[in-house]
Design a protein around this ligand. Structure first.
Ligand code: ATP
Ligand code: MG
Length: 647
């Protein structure tokens, strides 16, 4: 795959980024002295790189017991006969009025003419069969575990819908939600959906300024907010910030340690679910803000319901009676789709955790998975890398582990397989609502490759003008078709559909067998020498070194073209200062062995990497810090990083 060097990078944004870098050349001198890397090493002989492609068959029991069945037949049917394939699956749900056409390609619309309601399908529909079944398990930041049955959730959210209505909220109105992951958030989302209102969950931790801007931007009619939340065991108060930001907007409070919220709910007048058109907005949700200002994405009731439920049953393979857990906070797309909606659509049980999954320790994570009987886990490479750094995994009883959000490096894939469960990498975006590329259980996995396009999805790797590139060449990942869970609109921002293609913004390569490898973002390509390297390629290579726990690679202006700058979190927490130069030398040699003869990379050791609140490495912040540039919109930067200070 590395033979594909010298390919023109298909990014329309790259020239801009490059000129900015060029302008910044003079500023490189401002790199702090202690960050200056030592002399370049002599080049050791090249050896086989981390892209060595390995095919791994899923364990037999998983493969043979998979809900999916014949993947290729399903894939073909999904594209050739949407009515039969998607319509057939959609008929498992309650529709007040059936759709005219399952998929209208010109408008990219799903289930047009149909009337349904996501909350009804998540809750009421199950009452005849599973009123007493646990729908949600919630573990709050103080360690209280609660169980909520389908009957309880239906009753509570129906009454909460009455409270919202009494506060003037009607169909199409936007309700901002600023609540930690847990019962109150789940109820609020479901109550909005019930009456056709649009929930807009906002990530906790936004400063008052950013919160005020979001509330204005989304035109919220009401704010449902908590007075605080727990992060790594610490209570973070929110009251003052919320009051400052709300500017007269009515607030429905959830105050911790009181029963105020649930008492208020109990006074609400129960509401019947309102049937709405398929594309009626269910929620508005922002992207992570990895590449810039977070974009507001709108999802509808009908297609979203069908798409996420299909993925949970046929990709993540949920069986009746199993417990599903998504480690993403509810206020991200992964939380919406798989923490809440999909498990409820299928009549399953979902565990919601307020605090971080590995708080107070990795041991606590393993213990909880085992004690709560979690069968299927959907998490991020960030958590997997953290667990791997810690080592000492313990048995969890997990059957399957989905990984989403960032590239799952082969080393981390292998570690996960050995210590946790079968890793199922899946690629998607807020805009797509549900996985678009993944390796279904009936196909062999290729660590480092996310997998193949899923039913409903057609994907290609193209050059800058949309010309399809042959296998093995790096280019822009585009979709020609997306599945039913795709967004129904964007709040501002340009449509990703241009010239009949959905431009994902990601750099990828496809192999001869149609497996895709995600190499990073197109506007973060590192142009080093003749090569065009994706950030994920460099990071995957670094992660094969036993001393690397985490790595982030960026391109910085060098003597000729760009150089790689790599920020490395060492695996040993107390790496002595005097060993750092030595390790840096070793890592440089290691990288060159894996990536070929390139200008010597620069290695910086850091204790932690800047992340978005959804847990993704924010490379543009590292670049800005190193080059003394403006990092752009950092409203998505996680508070634990210390507000964007130099590491
Ligand atoms: P923004 O669009 O605001 O820059 P974002 O793209 O990070 O933020 P999300 O929608 O949360 O917002 O994330 C989608 C992106 O996450 C994808 O475009 C891709 O870059 C990355 N991603 C998700 N899953 C995977 C995966 N399995 N492998 C590699 N990258 C992934
Ligand atoms: Mg994005």
């Amino acid at each position: 795959l590395l033979g594909a060097l010298g390919v023109v990078v298909p990014s329309r944004r790259f020239p801009f980024a490059f000129s900015r870098l060029a302008r910044a050349l003079s500023e490189v001198a401002r790199v702090p002295a202690h960050l200056t890397p030592p002399e370049p090493p002599s080049l050791p002989p090249p050896e086989e790189g981390p892209l060595r492609v390995e095919k791994v068959e899923p364990p037999r029991a998983l493969k043979e017991g998979a809900n999916l069945g014949d993947f290729l037949a399903a894939y073909r049917a999904s594209l050739e006969d949407p009515e039969g394939f998607w319509g057939g699956f959609a008929r498992g749900f309650y529709w007040e009025k059936p759709w005219r056409v399952a998929y209208a390609p010109e408008e990219r619309a799903w289930f047009q003419g149909g009337l349904t309601n996501a909350a009804l399908n998540a809750l009421d529909r199950h009452l005849p069969e599973r009123a007493q079944q646990v729908a949600l398990l919630t573990l709050d930041g103080e360690g209280h575990l609660s169980k909520w049955t389908y009957r309880e959730l239906t009753e509570l959210s129906s009454r909460l819908a009455g409270v919202l209505k009494a506060l003037g909220v009607g169909p199409g109105d936007r309700v901002a939600v600023y609540l930690p992951t847990g019962l109150e958030a789940a109820l609020t989302l479901l109550a909005c959906a019930r009456i056709g209102a649009v929930h807009v969950a906002l990530p906790l931790g936004l400063g008052p300024e950013a919160l005020r801007e979001r509330l204005k931007q989304v035109g919220a009619k009401l704010l449902v907010a908590a007075d605080g939340y727990y992060r790594r065991g610490r209570f973070i108060p929110l009251t003052q910030g919320v009051e400052e930001a709300a500017e007269g907007l009515p607030i429905l409070w959830h105050r911790r340690g009181t029963s105020e919220f649930l008492e208020r709910v109990s006074e609400g007048k129960p509401q019947d679910p309102l049937p709405v058109p398929s594309d009626h907005p269910l929620f508005l949700l922002h992207t992570s803000g990895s590449t810039g200002k977070p974009k507001g994405v709108v999802h509808g009731h009908g297609g979203y319901m069908v798409g996420v439920a299909w993925a949970l049953r046929h990709l993540f393979d949920l069986k009746p009676g199993e417990v599903f857990h998504s480690t993403a906070d509810l206020f991200w797309i992964v939380g919406h789709s798989f923490g809440l909606y999909a498990p409820l659509f299928l009549g399953g049980t979902s565990l919601l955790l307020e605090d971080r999954p590995d708080h107070p320790s990795p041991a606590a994570f393993y213990g909880r998975m085992a004690a709560l009987g979690v069968d299927l886990l959907l998490t991020s490479p960030t958590l997997l890398r953290a667990l791997r750094r810690h080592g000492e995994a313990r048995p969890t009883g997990l059957r399957l582990l989905g990984s989403v959000g960032e590239a799952l490096a082969p080393e981390v894939w292998r570690w996960t397989r050995e210590h946790l469960a079968w890793p199922l990498d899946n690629w998607w975006q807020t805009e797509l609502g549900a996985p678009a590329l993944a390796t279904p259980l009936t196909l062999p996995a290729k660590p480092g490759f996310v997998g193949v396009p899923l039913p409903g999805v057609e994907a290609r790797v193209v050059g800058p003008k949309g010309e399809v590139l042959p296998p093995g060449e790096k280019g822009h990942l585009v979709l020609l078709r997306a599945g039913p869970a795709q967004m129904v609109g964007l709040l501002g921002g340009a449509s990703p559909w241009q010239g009949g293609m959905y431009w994902t913004g990601d750099l990828a390569v496809m192999d001869e067998e149609g497996y895709f490898r995600i190499l990073g973002r197109t506007d973060e390509v590192i142009k080093v020498g003749e090569a065009r390297l994706g950030t994920a390629e460099v990071e995957a290579a670094l992660l094969t070194h036993p001393q690397v726990a985490e790595a982030a690679a960026i391109g910085v202006p060098g003597e000729e073209g760009e150089e790689i700058a790599a920020f490395v979190v060492p695996r040993s927490k107390e790496l002595p200062e005097e060993l750092k130069p030595l390790l840096a030398e070793k890592l440089k040699a290691h990288l060159l062995r894996h990536l070929g003869p390139l200008p010597p990379p620069r290695i910086f050791f850091v204790e932690t990497l800047p992340r978005t609140r959804s847990g993704k490495i924010l490379r543009r912040v590292l670049k800005a810090e190193l080059l003394g540039l403006n990092p752009g919109d950092t409203s998505g930067l996680e508070e634990e990083y210390g507000g964007g200070k130099t590491p």
